[in-house]
Structures are given as structure tokens and as C-alpha cells.
Design a protein around this ligand. Structure first.
Ligand code: AHR
Length: 513
């Protein structure tokens, strides 16, 4: 394998690497570094397949153990992730959702067809109150996507009033429905994918529509909205350009959607039956988000040099074919070690954009696309992706420690390159957390970490790996991909250097004190 001295996407700049199975990582701690906002670890729950019904919510009368209707196993698992923010009710569903159908007595709520997702009949039994209760139970911020495509300005304005006003007609209705005190609502999305399922707008037209809608979304009684414009899909830089130019001063954030997907027509490939070439292709595609975010940020910098407006990657993750035998349109896919790699590499990239990327939301929290948990009846499995989010909890709201990485790279299909080693680090309350990824399917790598003043007196670690690249956790089986203690014989500290033997296809997080 040819050794390259590259600027890895997870690095600020590079150092020469020594041999094919060696890499160096240099930590550059600085009190001036930005904080990795915890919202980078955001989640997304859409009325799609069994994400809400069956995944999060089973109702009080279910024989599946539940807490006020919410699955107890899923709630407990999610609490471990310290979910900072949850986006709801879509996705494409948001632009067909009429919130008033989801309040009041459940038995008299209107039903609707979920046209985007398999034509399933939605009974509206999970609505605004249920969502806000869930956020309270998880201790996370709610993030609402408002209906622009098939709704009205009045409908969205009244939703904000219903949720956040102390008094007035909407507050009276809310009180009648059992909630005396208003909730706090910070994150409000004005439409979703307005270039596609959210209305097929041109950017010029949507910019005007956005300006109009956001005008009537008021700040009631001390609540302060953070207004988010519907943004581009991956490579659509013109959308960001027009939006920033025509509406930039009316927004607090603009979104970006980026999926690790083969394409939008035809097969997307299996989540679990794939070969080595597919492994490197997926990792290369996910890492490309760094270049895509860079270009969107450059456009935003032109119109907003002070970086007041956040870029929110509010949908990202893998998108494969649905599992055979599952309902078409429900986007139920398995989750392998490859998904864990995509999660870790993407998060490592997002950490390098903390000055502009203020939130990301992996799609989705349960039973849809790259989920945290999968459920089948009473059973639940934690996915490999779940374990990455668990392992990365210490990075939430920690100060970024910039890293320089010198690593060999692998060539992937479509001319993409995949660094063998990716790294990210942060510091909070005297503990430095270093996450290292070895993407190589065959070779262990020796990583020399130049600590540059970071204490290595006490080092502890966890590892996520598996025997095979396509191992996954299945219902009723012992977990194949799970967190384990990283053996102390795999690392040593000497003369300000930490030497780590990083097993092939593994993700390791070390805490340094
Ligand atoms: O996450 C699934 C779908 O992907 C969302 O509904 C939509 O916004 C995107 O196209």
C-alpha cells in the first residue's frame, strides 16, 4: 500500500506517516478552541414505518412494558445517549401533517394517509402533547418541523402559540387538553426539503415563502425561537447561495441533508450483504460530507462572515435497501459494523466544523434507516450505531482538541479515498477524550499519539469491533457488535507519547487523565 501524507478530513494538517500500518496523531490542546455543541448528537423521529408507533410509542394498554405509553426498554436505552435534541414529526411527513389533528381526545382524532411512506394510515394518536412529554422524559430539546408544503401560515403560527403562549385562544385550547403551562420551544424548522417532498419550490420562491412564514412565528412570553430554513440536499450549492442572499438575515439556521447512499433510483444495496469494496465505498461517501459542508460553509461565509447563522445537518446517515420481508416504504434496515464506522467518521468530521455546524440529526432514532434501536414486538436490539453514540457521549459540550493526523489512505470506488486512521479529541473537566477509528479491514495499525502536554497518567478505553465487517445485532441473538473494555496491553504511555495498537475495523475511545 502506498503511503500518503494527506490532510485527512478529521485533521487540521498532516505529519509524515512512517509505515503502512502506522499512523501519528498529534493533539493540539487550546483554551481558544470552540466547544463541540451537544446538539451535534441530535436525533430525528418521523411518522414513518415503526419509528413512532411500535418503536417509541406503544400506548398505555400495550402488553409491551411501557411508561405512560412509551416503550420502557427504548426509553432507558435512549437515556444512556444523553439525547440533546429530537426533531419531529418529519421529514417529508412534516409537510403533510396538520397538528390540530393530533390534539384532543385520541378516539376522535381524524385519520390520514401517510402518502410518503407506504400509504400507511396514520391515526394521529401520537401528537404534540405526546412528543413534548417524550422530550421531557429524555431531557432533550424539541425541534419541530412545520408544515409549509400543504399547510398555511396561520396553521404554523397557531402551533407556536399553542405550545408557547401563557394566555390567549391557543393557550386556552392547550389547557383544555390537559397542559396548563406552556412548553419551551427553541428549534423551529420552516418546512422540510422544500425543493422536493416539501413543495418542489425553487430556491427563489421558497426564500420568499420562508420570509413570510417566519414573520408570523412569534416569540411568546419569554420563549425565543431559533428559526431554521429548509436547506439544500448534499451538492445543491445554489440552494444555499439563494437562501443566504435572499433570506439569510431572517434565519438563525439553515439545514443540509446528506445521506450515505448509492443513489436515489434503483437498488441502494443491502445493509448487511456487502463486500469489501462496498465497505470502503460507503466510508468514502460518508467522509465526503466534509467537502460538502466546507462548500456550503464557504457560501454562508460570504453572506454571514460573523457566522451568526448555523448550518444544521438535520438528516444524515446510511440509506440502504429495506430488509427483505419488511413493508415497502417503511425504510427498515439492519445496521452493521459498517454503519458504526459511518457514524464515527461522520461525527469526527462534524467536530471540525463546530464554528458553523450547530446541530446534526442522524436519521432516525428507531426502526428507520440508520437507527439507534430496532424493535420487533417486545424485542429490542441496540445497533452498532447506538454504541458509537454511547461511546461519544463525553464529546458532548466538550472543548475541541484539534488533532493532526498522518495516515495511510485506501483507494475506494468512484475515486474516493479513505484514511486508514481518523481521530477526534475533546476536553471537559480535566478529562481528554480521544476517539480513534481504524477503517482497514485487515490490518491492525500502530498509532503514535503526541500528547503535547495532555496528561496520560491514567488511561482507560472502550472498543467497538466485530469478527466480520457485516456483523450486526439481531433479535433473540447475543450481541455481536458491542462495546468492550479496551485491553490495557493495547496501549502504553512513554515520554509524552501514547502508543496504541488499533485493531482492524475498530473504533476506540480513550479517556486520558
Ligand atoms: O429520513 C427519511 C426521509 O429522507 C425524510 O422524510 C426526508 O426529509 C428525506 O428525504
Amino acid at each position: 500500500m502506498k503511503l500518503l501524507n494527506i490532510l485527512a478530513v478529521s485533521a487540521l494538517f498532516s505529519l509524515p506517516a512512517m509505515a503502512a500500518n502506522e499512523a501519528t496523531v498529534s493533539l493540539a490542546p487550546s483554551k481558544e478552541s470552540p466547544v463541540i455543541q451537544k446538539e451535534i448528537y441530535g436525533q430525528f423521529a418521523e411518522h414513518l414505518g415503526t419509528c413512532i408507533y411500535g418503536g417509541l410509542w406503544v400506548g398505555e394498554n400495550s402488553d409491551i412494558p411501557n411508561t405512560n405509553g412509551y416503550r420502557t426498554d427504548v426509553l432507558n436505552a435512549l437515556k444512556e445517549l444523553h439525547v440533546p435534541v429530537l426533531r419531529w414529526p418529519g421529514g417529508c411527513f412534516a409537510d403533510e401533517y396538520h397538528w390540530m389533528d393530533g390534539i384532543g381526545p385520541k378516539e376522535s382524532r381524524p385519520r390520514m394517509v401517510n402518502n410518503n411512506w407506504g400509504g400507511t394510515v396514520e391515526d394521529n394518536s401520537f401528537g404534540t402533547h405526546d412528543f413534548f412529554d417524550l422530550c421531557e422524559m429524555l431531557g432533550c430539546e424539541p425541534y419541530l418541523s412545520g408544515n409549509v408544503g400543504s399547510g398555511s401560515v396561520e396553521e404554523l403560527a397557531k402551533w407556536v402559540e399553542y405550545i408557547t403562549a401563557e394566555e390567549g385562544p391557543m393557550a386556552t385550547l392547550r389547557k383544555k387538553n390537559g397542559r396548563e403551562k406552556p412548553w419551551k420551544l427553541k428549534y423551529l424548522g420552516v418546512g422540510n426539503e422544500s425543493w422536493g417532498c416539501g413543495g418542489n419550490f425553487t430556491p427563489e420562491y421558497y426564500a420568499d415563502v420562508y420570509r413570510r412564514y417566519q414573520t408570523y412565528c412569534r416569540n411568546y412570553d419569554g420563549n425565543r425561537l431559533y428559526k431554521i430554513a429548509s436547506g439544500a440536499s448534499d451538492y445543491d450549492y445554489n440552494w444555499t447561495e439563494v437562501m443566504m442572499k435572499n433570506a439569510g438575515r431572517h434565519m438563525d439556521g439553515i439545514s443540509l441533508h446528506y445521506y450515505t447512499v448509492l443513489g436515489w433510483s434503483g437498488s441502494k444495496g443491502s445493509a448487511i450483504n456487502f463486500n469489501e469494496e462496498d465497505w470502503y465505498w460507503a466510508l468514502g461517501k460518508c467522509l465526503e460530507v466534509g467537502k460538502v459542508v466546507r462548500r456550503h460553509c464557504d457560501i454562508m461565509d460570504k453572506y454571514d462572515p460573523k457566522k451568526r447563522v448555523g448550518l444544521l445537518v438535520d438528516e444524515w446517515g446510511t440509506w440502504f435497501d429495506e430488509e427483505p420481508g419488511t413493508i415497502k416504504g417503511h425504510l427498515f434496515q439492519q445496521n452493521s459494523l459498517r454503519d458504526a464506522m459511518v457514524a464515527a467518521l461522520s461525527l469526527n468530521v462534524f467536530h471540525t466544523f463546530t464554528d458553523r455546524v450547530k446541530m446534526t440529526n442522524i436519521a432516525q432514532i428507531a426502526n428507520v434507516l440508520q437507527s439507534m434501536v430496532l424493535t420487533k414486538g417486545k424485542e429490542m436490539v441496540l445497533t452498532p450505531t447506538y454504541y458509537v453514540f454511547k461511546m461519544y457521549v463525553p464529546h458532548q459540550d466538550a472543548r475541541l482538541v484539534p488533532v493532526q493526523v498522518a495516515t495511510p489512505v485506501k483507494k475506494a470506488r468512484d475515486g474516493r479515498e479513505v484514511p486508514v486512521v481518523s481521530a477526534t479529541a475533546s476536553e471537559k473537566e480535566g478529562v481528554t477524550t480521544l476517539s480513534l477509528v481504524n477503517t482497514d479491514l485487515k490490518e491492525d495499525v500502530t498509532v503514535i499519539v503526541n500528547l503535547n502536554g495532555v496528561s496520560g497518567k491514567k488511561v482507560e478505553g472502550e472498543i467497538l469491533t466485530a469478527a466480520n465487517m457485516n456483523d450486526y445485532n439481531d433479535f433473540g441473538q447475543p450481541e455481536k457488535v458491542t462495546l468492550k473494555a479496551f485491553p490495557s496491553k493495547s496501549y502504553s504511555v512513554k515520554n509524552g507519547k501514547l502508543t496504541v495498537t488499533l485493531p482492524s475495523k475498530s473504533i476506540v475511545t480513550l479517556s486520558l487523565r
